[in-house]
Design a protein. Structure first.
Length: 266
């Protein structure tokens, strides 16, 4: 029986202006279930604006978004999280003075009733943290260690794990391997690959095309606020993607049918 899957996220005709600056112009972008989708482009290409619209941090001027087949009017980051869209920004937004469980549950702490009212359930948060990190194969020797004393790779893993825990369906990663050493980069890349295994869709923004080609199923290139092209990784080359980044694609190219995932059969 043929099964035709639908995109998890569809963004159609997304436009955004800041005064006289056109940050995005009628951008089409979609992400499919269990897909790692690379979003690339030079500085000021519109990548950050697009993901901020999807994550609820910025309101679009024009366009439409559907999430899992339903219209989604994403009004705030909280609303995006309720839908199952989590974002890990480059600055990670971690609390350096807190330990791993406290960071994983920051702002969504687990509570228990005590003799004098509600208290933080530190034991349950630690237990849930161990379970989550074990499931994601993240090895952190001491969960009570404060984040300020951890390496960049360990901090990135904590930030990604936090995004996964709260029923995420789609995770947006903004430069997840920036400023990491070789071994720490390998650790984070392995974690991103595991996210697909756990049924998540991922949007990965990166300037490192080697990492994009190693991890992603598809790549979409933005150029001065427009889609220069979208390609399956298996059907393109680094040279073509670099050309799209530098010179853009043909006018109106958008996302050709050849760049969309093939319908599954069962």
């Amino acid at each position: 029986m043929a099964v035709t899957p639908a995109p998890m996220v569809e963004m159609r005709g997304i436009s955004k202006r800041y005064g006289g600056v056109e940050a995005l112009a009628a951008v089409d972008f979609d992400v499919w279930p269990n897909e790692i989708h690379g979003l690339v482009g030079d500085n000021a290409a519109g990548k950050s604006t697009l993901i901020k619209i999807l994550s609820g941090a910025v309101a679009m001027d024009e366009g439409a978004i559907t999430f899992e087949g339903q219209p989604a009017h994403i009004k705030s980051p909280r609303h995006a999280k309720e839908l199952g869209i989590e974002t890990v920004y480059q600055d990670l937004a971690l609390a350096d003075n807190l330990d791993v469980p406290s960071n994983l549950f920051l702002g969504r702490e687990l509570m228990r009733r005590g003799a004098r009212g509600w208290l933080l359930d530190l034991g349950r948060m630690s237990e849930e943290a161990r379970r989550l990190l074990g499931r994601l194969r993240i090895d952190l020797p001491n969960l009570r260690q404060r984040l300020r004393d951890m390496s960049g790779g360990q901090r990135q893993c904590v930030a990604i794990a936090r995004s996964v825990y709260f029923n995420a369906r789609l995770v947006i990663l903004d430069e997840p391997t920036a400023a990491l050493g070789v071994k720490e980069t390998e650790r984070v890349m392995a974690l991103v690959a595991q996210m697909r295994e756990h049924g998540l869709a991922v949007v990965m923004i990166s300037h490192n095309l080697n990492h994009v080609f190693d991890l992603c199923d598809r790549i979409t290139v933005l150029k001065t606020g427009r889609v220069a092209g979208s390609r399956r990784v298996a059907e393109t080359t680094r040279e073509e993607i670099v050309r799209l980044i530098l010179t853009g694609g043909a006018a109106g190219e958008g996302t050709p049918a050849a760049a969309r995932p093939v319908a599954m059969t069962a």
